[in-house]
Design a protein around this ligand. Structure first.
Ligand code: PMP
Length: 316
């Protein structure tokens, strides 16, 4: 789908997956004017497909587009395009329990612009790929390292929107962590250097007794759709959930820590290395709270329990 600055997106069309042509002066290539989304389709036992809260992804893209001076597809255009793309690729959705179809909507400044300015033309496209588990650990605990030098986002920056540049900013710390055997990096706020922010591609939760805390949304972390859903699921399961400033020291006496995201779903954290000290959580496998929340969320997403919240969208 295409759109000029200040205009509306045209009706889209399905095309075979392949290279796309871009002007060398495209806004996305030169000034990083790009946003993406990520969501999944699961196959149910009856063969029908389920999307999880696609309108939330549409709204997040609209919010991000405003920050990046881009026009955006409407909620209906976004959701209809996701549905059409998934249905056209139905055969690639893995069988129940064997994974999901990852859906990647991408919005970019595709028009040519030489001096720094918003591009004159925009392209919105969606591609898909079957996926299994995000971390090589699968659903086993992941191991994080707290990063002190490099930051993912700054106050007033673009950390709260899903713009492509945020991911370029984490590559260095993430690659170094992986080379040392960690699964990913946990970032701290760049002002006080003591409050938890998030992991390279997921949000973080800290469990202590019946209370679950997660860093509040304040412009430097991505408002994850899984985060928002887990907050509701946890409250419905009787946990007390707080969105607040969470200090890195709280990790030291947490009972459990877990991460949430479309790709990682609910991933238990097995250890966090902080200032050279390794803090282990639980024993082997999931902690009880992470396990409970993982179980409810994945059953909902796969259509195995009643969707009282009306979060899933069924396609046949
Ligand atoms: N934080 C970052 C930086 C991410 O890239 C993601 C993945 N979109 C998340 C958090 C989790 O967001 P969601 O639950 O919407 O996938």
């Amino acid at each position: 789908m295409k759109c000029t600055k200040g205009g509306n997106f045209s009706k889209g069309e399905l095309q075979r997956y392949g290279n796309i042509e871009l002007n060398p002066s495209a806004g996305v290539l030169n000034y990083g004017q790009g946003l993406f989304e990520g969501l999944k389709a699961y196959r149910k036992e009856d063969g029908n497909l389920l999307l999880f809260r696609p309108e939330e992804n549409a709204m997040r893209m609209i919010m991000g587009a405003e920050r990046m001076c881009m026009p955006s597809p409407t909620i209906d255009q976004f959701v209809d395009a996701v549905k059409a793309t998934v249905l056209a690729n139905k055969r690639w959705v893995p069988p129940p329990g064997k994974g999901s179809l990852y859906i990647r909507p991408l919005l970019m400044g595709s028009g040519a612009v030489l001096g720094l300015a918003p591009a004159p033309e925009y392209t919105f496209l969606i591609y898909v790929s079957p996926v299994g588990n995000y971390f090589k650990e699968g659903v086993a605990p992941i191991h994080l390292i707290v990063e002190h030098e490099l930051h993912r986002a700054t106050p007033g920056g673009t950390g709260g929107v899903k713009t492509i540049g945020n991911y370029a900013a984490v590559l260095k710390a993430q690659s170094a962590a992986k080379a040392r055997g960690f699964s990913d990096v946990l970032y701290l706020d760049c002002v006080h250097k003591k409050y938890l922010e998030e992991v390279s591609s997921c949000n973080i939760f800290v469990v202590k007794g019946n209370s679950i805390s997660t860093p509040a949304i304040k412009g430097t972390i991505l408002p994850g759709i899984t985060r928002k859903s887990i907050i509701d699921v946890a409250r419905s399961q009787g946990f007390q959930v707080e969105e607040r400033l969470v200090t890195v020291d709280e990790l030291l006496d947490a009972d459990e820590v877990f991460c949430t995201g479309t790709a990682v779903v609910v991933s238990p954290v097995g250890s966090i290395t902080y200032k050279g000290k390794r803090v282990p959580y639980g024993k082997e496998g999931f902690g009880a709270v992470s396990q409970q929340l993982y179980s409810v969320l994945t059953k909902l997403q796969m259509g195995l329990i009643e969707d009282k919240m009306n979060w899933t969208v069924e396609l046949s």
